[in-house]
Ligand binder design. Structure first.
Ligand code: SF4
Length: 242
């Protein structure tokens, strides 16, 4: 592999991916139209590296591609059987840790977790379903919070802080008890400054934060991931392009 200093690139699954100074492997790959699975990454927010779906292998080590700085010496593998098996196990764990009942979920077809399960050929949960008891919050006039579906990706936490200049959400608890908190004295969403137009209210990859009266506006057959797989949509997210 020759290194072109003026037009640097790295290898992703044997293909050259150009990058600019400061880009991560994930950013460069998505810019080049190469999809690396992810749930907690968003190009406008600080990378988090927590969902681990974007793992890639380089130099016999696993890395989160959303935090791995691109450089010209990198040879990165993403679409291997072993890595996709790990990704599938992560998605299976997310399914069994929450209450994700796709057929009765109004976000079905727009949900990135469901789309990722299809992408990775997940046919069942594999692990024991935990069916946790989680609190729902209908205190806000415009937004419903269903913690049953929250995957703790912190996209809403980061969007509120970095984009909306608020601090509406945080994660509380530990381990399997980790849960999304509304930052108000009462702990209720309705007592926060969250507005329906905030990025935080519109960024959830699953159906945990829903805009009231919008859930069934689009017929199921017209929803984005019933039309196109998540890998073909790349980083175009349902709520941000329609
Ligand atoms: S409510 Fe949605 S965006 Fe917020 S942490 Fe949960 S899954 Fe992520």
């Amino acid at each position: 592999m020759t290194i072109d200093i003026k037009n640097p690139s790295f290898l992703l699954d044997g293909e050259e991916v150009p990058f600019t100074e400061g880009q991560t492997v994930m950013e460069a790959a998505l810019t080049a139209g190469s999809y690396i699975p992810h749930l907690c990454f968003h190009p406008e927010l600080q990378a988090h590296g927590s969902c681990r779906l974007c793992i890639v292998e380089s130099d016999n080590r696993l890395h989160a591609s959303c935090t791995l700085q691109a450089n010209s010496r990198l040879k990165v593998s993403s679409q291997t059987q072993a890595i996709n098996k790990m990704r599938k196990h992560i998605v299976q764990m997310l399914f069994v840790e929450g209450n994700h009942i796709c057929p009765s979920c109004e976000f079905s077809g727009n949900c990135q977790l469901q789309a990722m399960a299809y992408e990775l050929d997940m046919e069942e949960g594999h692990f024991h379903f935990r069916y946790p008891k989680r609190e729902q919050d209908a205190s806000h006039n415009d937004i419903f919070l269903d913690r049953d579906r929250c995957i703790n990706c912190e996209l809403c936490v980061r969007a509120s802080r970095e984009n909306d200049a608020k601090n509406v959400f945080s994660l509380g608890g530990r381990g399997t008890e980790t849960h999304l908190c509304a930052n108000s004295a009462s702990g209720k969403l309705g007592d926060t400054s969250l507005d329906v137009s905030d990025k935080a209210a519109n960024i959830c990859p699953v159906g945990a934060l829903l805009i009231n009266d919008q859930s069934y506006v689009t017929p199921k057959e017209d929803r984005v991931y019933y039309q196109t797989s998540i890998s073909l949509r790349g980083n175009r997210r349902p709520k941000e392009i329609e």
